[in-house]
Write a protein that binds this ligand. Structure first.
Ligand code: UT7
Length: 331
């Protein structure tokens, strides 16, 4: 019997209509377009507006695009995973609600949280279920409404993050395509540098935490930047070396979109020119769990069956890693 690998068979995306530009941020905090563009590469980001719209709103739309493209019946889906750091509500998985709303009535669902590495870790999880032979259709969605946890008076964070969602369907493959190798890491020493302090079990929400703005995300940018640069580059290089790949073998680097300078440092380490590096940070900023699937959706037309893709991500926790995947279809 041929070995079962886990391939991505369809991708979809959703970004909200509202565009928050650097110019508009200049009115909110002491910053300017030149600084943001040169330090991060970001020109604009999308913000989800409207009452009662949470992460699931975007996740459902991205999932529906996958259903429409793949032409599968939602009842065939076995599992829905929502990778997110901003679930709709604290208890009751966003994925369960999404599964029901898209008509995946035979699926079970749960959320996966590893900050900006959530989708990368989710790829490993989705692929493992498929490789085991236990399930045939796993829908992995990366979605975050970062605007719900941003303090728009804090210039260290409000210029970086945006909202969005992307989704990928994982199915069994017998041609050797799909996920080939993974190298995932984490280090709890990083917890203090990128976090929401209140609202969890250590410091439940209270009048004081609200007054102190502890329900917002806080980041020590310089420290996170340093770790992100070295770790994303290290794991990407390791992925090439241990699979005996040269830069000529790689068609695409698929890096988490946190900062253009981090992406370029990673690409430089593995020797890839910019035309092999997926990038959309200028349009969406850092959408946390959505960056990787948004890249796949935006570049889908340029991807060919058999292309070698190297994914890399780094996020709060700290969490980071790299995945080597062979693309499975021509669109
Ligand atoms: O996705 C999860 C992981 N997250 C990341 O990977 C993000 C990693 N961090 C970063 O991308 C960068 O650290 C930031 C974009 C957040 C900040 O860039 P930086 O180059 O590290 O800036 P900095 O904090 O070292 O600040 C440099 C200067 C400072 O001024 P002085 O002290 O040199 O006079 C800041 O006060 O820039 C100033 N500054 C700003 N100026 C205009 C900081 N933020 C801003 C701002 N606008 N928004």
């Amino acid at each position: 019997m041929k070995k079962i690998t886990a391939a991505i068979s369809a991708v979809g995306k959703y970004v909200p209509e509202y565009i928050l530009t650097n110019k508009e941020l200049e009115k909110l905090v002491d910053t300017n377009d030149e600084w943001i563009t040169s330090r991060t590469g970001i020109k604009e980001r999308r913000i989800l507006k409207g009452e009662n719209k949470g992460t699931s709103f975007m996740a459902i739309k991205a999932a529906e695009e996958v259903l429409q493209k793949s032409k599968i019946n939602p009842e065939e889906i076995d599992l829905v995973i929502v990778a997110t750091a901003t679930p709709d509500i604290m208890v009751a998985s966003t994925a369960v609600y999404v599964a029901t709303e898209i008509g995946a009535t035979n699926a079970f669902g749960y959320d996966l949280q590893a900050a900006c590495s959530s989708f990368l870790y989710g790829m490993s999880t989705a692929a493992s279920y498929i490789e085991s032979g236990r399930y045939k259709k796993v829908l992995l969605i990366g979605a975050d409404k970062m605007s719900s946890i941003i303090d728009y008076t804090d210039r260290a964070t409000c210029i970086i993050f945006g909202d969005g969602a992307g989704a990928a369907l994982f199915e069994p493959d017998t041609e050797g395509l799909g996920l080939q190798d993974e190298y995932l890491r984490s280090d709890g020493a990083g917890r203090e540098f990128l976090k929401i302090a209140a609202g969890g079990s250590i410091l439940p929400a209270s009048e004081d935490t609200l007054k102190n703005g502890q329900h917002f995300i806080h980041q020590e940018g310089k420290t996170v930047f340093k770790h992100a640069v070295s770790n994303m580059a290290d794991v990407s290089e390791k992925m090439l070396t241990r699979n005996n790949l040269t830069k000529e073998d790689i068609q695409w680097l698929v890096p988490h979109q946190a900062n253009k300078r981090i992406i370029e440092a990673t690409a430089n380490r593995v020797g890839l020119e910019s035309d092999k590096v997926m990038m959309n940070i200028h349009r969406y900023g850092n959408t946390t769990s959505a960056t990787l699937p948004l890249l796949l959706a935006d570049y889908e037309n340029q991807l060919k069956k058999g292309d070698n893709l190297i994914f890399a991500a780094f996020g709060g926790g700290f969490t980071w890693g790299s995945i080597y995947l062979k693309w499975a279809y021509n669109s």
